[in-house]
Design a protein around this ligand. Structure first.
Ligand SMILES: C[S@@+](CC[C@H](N)C(=O)[O-])C[C@H]1O[C@@H](n2cnc3c(N)ncnc32)[C@H](O)[C@@H]1O
Length: 279
C-alpha cells in the first residue's frame, strides 16, 4: 500500500517528549471512565501518539482487554512499541486514519483524543472510517479542544492579534482546526449514532500559581513550534519573534493571568444496520 503524504501541524523532533510530558494520567483516566472504558473491552486508540494514553487505557481494560494503538508517525509508533508494547494484548500499528485500514476491527470502543483537530478537512470522513471498525452497539468517543489558543486574559492588543493570526493560518494553510471541539456532536449525529452524550471539561484552567510545570513546558513548546512554521505573522509585532516569546513567557508567569481551554467529549453508540435515528 502506498503511504499517503501527511502534514502534522505539531511535528518536531521533540513531539514525543512534549506528548509524554503533557499527558496527565489522572485526566485521561477520568475521561476514559466517562467514555465507559472498563475491563474486557477491545479498544482502538486512534492517533495514539507515543502510546502513553494507550498504556493508561490498557490498564483500565484488564483483565482480558485488548488494545491497538494506530498512528501515522513512524517515530511515535516505534517509540510506543518499545516503551509500552511489551505486554500481551497491546499492539501498535503504523497507519493513517484517513485510509480504510482493512482488517483491524471490530472494536467495542474507539478512543479519538486530540486527533481530529489535526485533520480539519477530513475529520468527518475519518469518523466515518472509524465507525466501520466498531462492533454493532460499539461506542465511539471523540475528544477535542475548542477555541484552541484563544482563551488567555489579559493580553496586549499586539499579542491578541498575533494569536488570532495564528489561528487563521492554522485553519487555512495547516489543516488544523482550533474549533474542532464544537463539531464533534454533528459528526455522530450525521452518522445516526444512538445515545449521543456530550460533556465539557477544562483541559487547561490556569490562574494564580497553579500552573503545573508540565503545562508551562507544553505551552512554550507549542509556541516555539508554531513560531517556526509561520514566522511572517510576527513581521508587525514590535521586537519580532523573540519579544513575543518573552512577552508570552511573562504572561504565563504572572499570577494575575487567567487562561482556560474547553475540552469537548462526545460519545455515541453505533447504530444498527438500517436504523436512522436522527433523520
Ligand atoms: C496531539 S497527539 C495526541 C496523542 C494522544 N491521542 C493523546 O491524547 O495524547 C495527535 C496524534 O495523532 C496522530 N495523527 C493525526 N492525524 C492522524 C491520522 N490521520 N492518522 C494517524 N495518526 C494521526 C499524530 O501523529 C499524533 O501522534
Amino acid at each position: 500500500m502506498t503511504k499517503r503524504p501527511y502534514f502534522y501541524f505539531m511535528e518536531s523532533k521533540e513531539e514525543i517528549t512534549r506528548l509524554e510530558i503533557k499527558t496527565d494520567p489522572v485526566a485521561v483516566r477520568r475521561q476514559a471512565l466517562w467514555c465507559g472504558v472498563k475491563p474486557g473491552l477491545r479498544v482502538l486508540d486512534a492517533g495514539c501518539g507515543p502510546g502513553k494514553t494507550t498504556d493508561i487505557l490498557y490498564k483500565m481494560i484488564q483483565p482480558r482487554g485488548e488494545i491497538l494503538g494506530v498512528d501515522y508517525s513512524e517515530a511515535r509508533i516505534a517509540y510506543a512499541q518499545d516503551r509500552y508494547g511489551h505486554v500481551p494484548n497491546m499492539d501498535f500499528l503504523l497507519g493513517d486514519l484517513r485510509d480504510p485500514l482493512n482488517g483491524i476491527g471490530p472494536f467495542d470502543l474507539i478512543w479519538v483524543r486530540f486527533v481530529l483537530e489535526y485533520n480539519r478537512n477530513e475529520s468527518a470522513s475519518i469518523v466515518g472510517n472509524l465507525t466501520s471498525f466498531l462492533k454493532p452497539d460499539g461506542c465511539l468517543c471523540l475528544m477535542d479542544l475548542d477555541n484552541n489558543s484563544l482563551t488567555h486574559y489579559p493580553l496586549t492588543t499586539g499579542t491578541a492579534e498575533v494569536l488570532q493570526a495564528f489561528v487563521r493560518r492554522m485553519e487555512q494553510d495547516f489543516d488544523f482546526d482550533p474549533f474542532a471541539g464544537r463539531k464533534l456532536y454533528s459528526y455522530l449525529y450525521d452518522l445516526d449514532f444512538r445515545d449521543i452524550q456530550v460533556e465539557m471539561a477544562a483541559h487547561h484552567l490556569i490562574y494564580g500559581d497553579n500552573m503545573r510545570k508540565e503545562e508551562r513546558f507544553n505551552w512554550m513548546k507549542k509556541f516555539e513550534v508554531i513560531l517556526k512554521k509561520m514566522p511572517e505573522v510576527f513581521d508587525s509585532y514590535p521586537g519580532g519573534i523573540e519579544t513575543f516569546q518573552e512577552d508570552i513567557s511573562r504572561f504565563f508567569k504572572d499570577p494575575r493571568r487567567f487562561a482556560y481551554t474547553p475540552l469537548i467529549l462526545c460519545k455515541g453508540v453505533k447504530p444498527r444496520a438500517g436504523s436512522s435515528a436522527n433523520r
